[in-house]
Design a binder for this molecule. Structure first.
Ligand code: COA
Length: 387
C-alpha cells in the first residue's frame, strides 16, 4: 500500500471572526494549503470537508459541495463529501483522506475543516453544542458539554486525590503556548492563580478550564509517496492512523474518567506506526475541558492512571521532555469544532518542518495528535513523523 504524506497545510486565525463567513474561512484555509503544497487544484482527487455543526449553526449542510464550489474545484468534477463525528470531525476527515490514498484509489486528497460558531451566542449556542451529547438521555435533562466534563472531573479528583491545581496547569500551559501563536484565539498568558480562581462554569470547572466558542478553518493536502516525489515535495509521513468508539452517553461507559476509545485508538496508532509513547517528541491533545487533558495524557500512555498531575506540574512546556499542545491547544488556540482536529495536524506539520516560529520545539520529529468527540465517544489518533 502507498505511504501517505502531508505535503501542504493552511489555516485561518481562530477566534471571533465576525467579518468572515463560513465559506470565506474554508476557502482561505484551503487556498493556503494548496499554495503551500505547490500543486494545482485540479491535482486534487477528492475533497473531504469537515464541520460538526454547520447544519444547525449556519443552516448550511453539504459542506463538501460548498467547499468544492468556492475553492474552484467543482468545475473539474472532483468528488467532495462531508465527514461528521462531532468534535472529532476534522480528525475523522483526515483519516478518511488518508485511507483514500492508502487504498490506492486517489493520489491526492484535500481535507478542509471549518466551523463558524460565534454568530450565535448565549444559551442557544450551548444548546446547539449539547447536540453532540446523547440528546434523549443527557441534553434533554439539561446536561451540557461542560457539565458532563464536570461530573468526570469531580469523581476523578476524589478517587485520585487530585487538586484543582493540576487541572489549571493544563490551561496555563495552553495559554503560554498560544501567546506565541499568531493564529490562536486567546494570546494572553494566564497565571496559575488566575486559572484557579476564574468564574465558575460547572463546578469544579471554571472559565479557564473551558475551551472557547471559536470560528476558524484548517486544511491539509495529503498525497501518495509517488505523487509527492513526482512534484519534488518532501512531505511529512502519516505513520499511523486509528479510530475507536465507546458509548455515546457517559452513563453507559465502564468508567466516567477512563477514555476507552482513546486507549484503543492510541494502542492501534502506536502499533501501526511502529512507535511507542517514549518515541513521541510532542503531542496535541483534545483538551476541550482541562480535565480531559489529564485523562487523555494517561489514556494515551504518557502517564499512569491518576498520575498525569505529576506530568503537568513540570513536564509539558515547550522545552519539557513532552511538549503538549505547542499550538495553544483547544483552550487557547481555540475550538472551532470541525477545524480543530485538522488544525492539530497543521501544527504538527509546521513543528516537524521547523516552521512553527516562536513556539518551535527543538528536535520535533514524531508527533501524536488526539481528537475526541464530546465526552469521549469517538477518539481519533494520528502519529506523523519526519522520516
Ligand atoms: N476562556 C477564556 N475566556 C473566555 C472563554 C474561555 N473559554 N469563553 C469566553 N471568554 C471570555 C470572552 O472573551 C469574554 O471576554 P471579554 O468580556 O473580555 O470580551 C468573556 O469571557 C465573556 O464571554 P462570553 O462569550 O459572554 O462567555 P460565556 O459565558 O457565554 O461563555 C463558556 C463561556 C465557557 C460557557 C463558553 O466559552 C463555552 O461554552 N465553552 C465551551 C464550548 C464547548 O463546549 N465546546 C465543545 C467542547 S466538546
Amino acid at each position: 500500500m502507498p505511504e501517505v504524506h502531508i505535503i501542504g497545510a493552511g489555516e485561518t486565525k481562530f477566534g471571533e471572526l465576525w467579518d468572515k463567513s463560513l465559506r470565506e474561512l474554508a476557502v482561505e484555509a484551503g487556498l493556503k494549503a494548496i499554495e503551500d503544497a505547490g500543486i494545482l487544484s485540479k491535482d486534487v482527487g477528492i475533497l473531504y470537508g469537515s464541520s460538526s455543526l454547520a447544519g444547525t449553526l449556519n443552516w448550511q449542510n453539504d459542506m463538501g459541495s460548498l467547499l468544492a464550489d468556492f475553492s474552484g474545484i467543482a468545475a473539474s468534477g472532483i468528488p467532495a463529501v462531508r465527514i461528521e463525528s462531532s468534535t472529532s470531525s476534522g480528525a475523522s476527515a483526515v483519516r478518511e483522506a488518508y485511507l483514500s490514498i492508502k487504498s490506492g484509489e486517489y493520489e491526492v486528497a484535500m481535507v478542509g475543516g471549518v466551523e463558524k460558531m460565534t454568530d450565535i451566542y448565549g444559551s442557544e449556542i450551548h444548546d446547539i453544542v449539547s447536540t453532540t451529547l446523547d440528546r434523549e438521555w443527557e441534553a434533554f435533562f439539561g446536561a451540557t458539554a461542560a457539565s458532563m466534563a464536570a461530573i468526570s472531573a469531580r469523581k476523578y479528583m476524589k478517587d485520585f486525590k487530585v487538586e484543582k491545581e493540576a487541572l489549571s496547569m493544563i490551561s496555563v500551559n495552553d495559554h503560554a503556548n498560544a501567546s506565541l501563536n499568531p493564529n490562536a484565539h486567546y494570546r494572553n498568558k494566564i497565571t496559575l492563580d488566575a486559572a484557579m480562581n476564574a468564574t465558575l462554569v460547572a463546578e469544579p470547572l471554571n472559565l479557564m478550564d473551558c475551551s472557547p466558542v471559536s470560528d476558524g478553518a484548517s486544511a491539509l493536502i495529503l498525497a501518495s509517496d509517488k505523487f509527492a516525489k513526482s512534484v519534488g515535495k518532501d512531505g511529512i509521513r502519516i505513520k499511523g492512523s486509528a479510530i475507536a468508539q465507546d458509548y455515546l452517553a457517559l452513563h453507559s461507559r465502564e468508567s466516567i474518567y477512563t477514555l476507552k476509545s482513546t486507549i484503543q485508538a492510541a494502542r492501534q496508532a502506536f502499533e501501526k506506526s511502529g512507535t511507542k509513547a517514549s518515541d513521541i517528541s510532542f503531542a496535541e491533545i483534545h483538551d476541550s475541558y482541562s480535565i480531559y487533558g489529564l485523562m487523555e495524557l494517561e489514556d494515551l500512555g504518557f502517564a499512569p492512571k491518576g498520575k498525569a498531575k505529576d506530568l503537568v506540574m513540570e513536564n509539558i512546556g515547550l522545552n519539557a521532555p513532552l511538549p503538549v499542545n505547542p499550538s495553544g491547544g483547544l483552550k487557547a488556540k481555540g475550538n472551532p469544532m470541525g477545524a480543530t482536529g485538522v488544525g492539530q495536524i497543521v501544527e504538527g506539520y509546521l513543528q516537524i518542518k521547523g516552521k512553527a516560529g516562536e513556539r518551535q520545539i527543538k528536535n520535533a520529529h514524531d508527533g501524536l495528535f488526539h481528537s475526541m468527540s464530546g465526552s469521549g465517544s469517538t477518539s481519533v489518533v494520528h502519529i506523523i513523523g519526519s522520516e
